[in-house]
Write a protein that binds this ligand. Sequence first.
Ligand code: HDD
Length: 752
Amino acid sequence: IKPAKVVKEALEKAVEKVADLVTPPAPGKPAGVSPPVDPPNRPQGPLPRKPDQASPSTRTATGAETGAAADTRGQQAEYLTTAQGARLYDTDHSLKAGERGPTLLQDHHLREKITHFDHERIPERVVHARGAAAHGVFVGYGTAAQVCKAGFLAEGVTTPVFTRFSTVVGSRGSADTVRDTRGFATKFYTAEGTFDLVGNNIPVFFIQDGIKFPDIIHAVKPHPDREIPQAQSAHDTFWDFVSLHTEATHHLFWHLSDRGIPRSYRMMEGFGVHTFRLVDAKGATTLAKFHWKPKLGVHSLTWEEAQLINGIDPDFHRRDLADAIESGAFPQWELGIQVFPDTPEQTFEGIDLLDPTKIVPEELAPVQPIGMLTLNRNPTNFFAETEQVAFHVGHLPPGIDVTDDPLLHARLFSYLDTQITRLGGPNFAQIPINRPHAPVNDMLRDGFHQHAVQSGVAPYKPNTLDGGCPFMAGADVGAYVEVAQPVAQSVKQREAPASFADHFTQPRLFYRSLSPVEREHVVRAFTFELGKCYEQSIRERALRILANVDAELCAQVADGLGLPAPEATKPVGEVTPSPALSQIGQVWPTAGRIVGIVVDAENQASLDGLHELRQAINAAGLTPLVIAARGGHLEDGLEAQRTFLTARSVEFDALLLAAAPPPAPDALPSRDDKAAAQTAVDPRVVLMIEECYRHAKAIGAWGDGPTALLEARVAPDDLGIVVGDSPAGVFQQVQELLGTHRVWDRFPATVV
Ligand code: HDD
């Protein structure tokens, strides 16, 4: 043990070192929004949130509202200790035989610190590895009570939840905005046991039988030889499989539509996919499909935006969710059900309800709202919560049962099985994020990572030694009793029913229900993905599938690939479009959108009215971000949150131009300055305008702003361009345009 004096000196030295690293604010210059940083020589509170997180309101869910202490940090306790609680005097130097001598094996702190670090990583999820999550609450409307006895659906019952969104294909460090299906998994900590609704943002699945899950996943994951491409479906093995496996066609169409590149997790629908069986208080059953409807509407990126964002901000969706919650813009979804009579056939209007590649159009069975989900608190620790959360389709409360969908049955096996490897043993339900809120009284014992200290001697049933406990419950006291469902007298066989055989009608229904601009995106997506395949035979086979779904679509994709369009071999008949499948054509709330405002610090007029504009944008529930040539202070109470160097159009849903800033000295760092001198407006601002224009976004301009528009060759009277005198007036019109998300009319679709 070092004498106290030596320890004190070492501490003082360390404090001096840290103090050297902290640059005090220049004299006379405001220190910015954060208070000056003191050397951390004593416990301190966490740093304040950054300003853009504080809008549109300063409310956070970290206070009394949810009772959560998201700001609690282990690091704030006064002294560093070992895992056994012994206080440490030094964590920077190994114990050595003399200052320059060899390290001693007896250094327990060194070994504990390194050993723990060596084991910090656990296997990532085999699918859905990349995700982001949030806590929240679900409030039942009571409208489901007629068909479902689950207590959490009763009127006004509030249930804590944890929702994790994810991509499917990419590994844990992959980018957020790849083309993919998104996972939408919600854990309801109900008083009757945990209910996990483990769904996707697409209502159908690639396969009809879970035994094929390893095949589809092996096909879509990177090629095993070079492990490329990461988080992509545009490659040969994926298209090899789906072109040979026509039941994937319906999911494929959703995947290649705008649904595959959502604007935000907050702006996605969610689907339970399978048909479930609901049980009411009297034991009567109804079949149902679960739907999540986002309050902000369903919106997507453009393909070019999605690709740019993958490089510019790979955490785009994760950041968007966390920032929105941090700022008090809590995302909400209404839970709804489509209900169908529980007939022996388990079909509805000729659609087999056990086939997970089929939807039931909402026009035939409307989605009836049964409750509201609000996500209002970010996780405190990503690993402990988002990474360790374990969902399982078999986690069901009384009132919700499964059907004989063969995809669901394989899932009922897979989720428990995978957690045993991923979370290191069978006791993962004891990890805090997975702990049920209902009392647990099981007889599961021992195993890796057992945290409970179980008393008693008789973890078996029946027993007398522990007083016969625990006893069995009946349905009258909340037992989960499976519905006594007749099982058909049948032969053992590996077959799909004939009612699963039509693979093309519903893809056509989906495609024909889209608006022309959405169909154009599907055509381009097929052309892009097949264009990335090397094997000609795969492209040709995929075209033969498209020919069966829609001859026009097939011809356009074939044209893009430079191949002849094949004839249909199994053409499907006409379909009645389902308008509910299109995400365009409605006006949505604009809350939660990001508005960029370009200013010129040297041009005072461009700062006039900015305070009021920011307030108006905040008050409307949107987030304003001021962009200038340099960061920092602009004028009292006004900071530049982005610079021309850090801002790129893809971060903004709409762009406002208060100025036409001339090229800053760092405008073109890698090219000769002559080029910069020839442009009147900073080329990075011009690029922002060009991209916003191309991505069909609303752009507003006042003051010198229209000059910047002209520099980007955007006509002030073009569709979705608002030029006016006052910032407030321009914003108002831009906000109206944002209600439809994009100004698609700017680029009339060329598909029929
Ligand atoms: Fe799955 C994870 C959704 C079919 C096997 N799945 C997983 C997650 C979601 C889904 C959202 C991530 C949960 C989280 O955030 O932790 N999966 C679906 C949907 C499906 C589906 C909507 C079809 C309707 N899944 C499916 C099949 C199998 C699996 C057919 C296997 C037979 N899924 C798994 C898994 C995962 C998983 C291997 C990986 C990590 C995990 O479970 O916890 O067990």
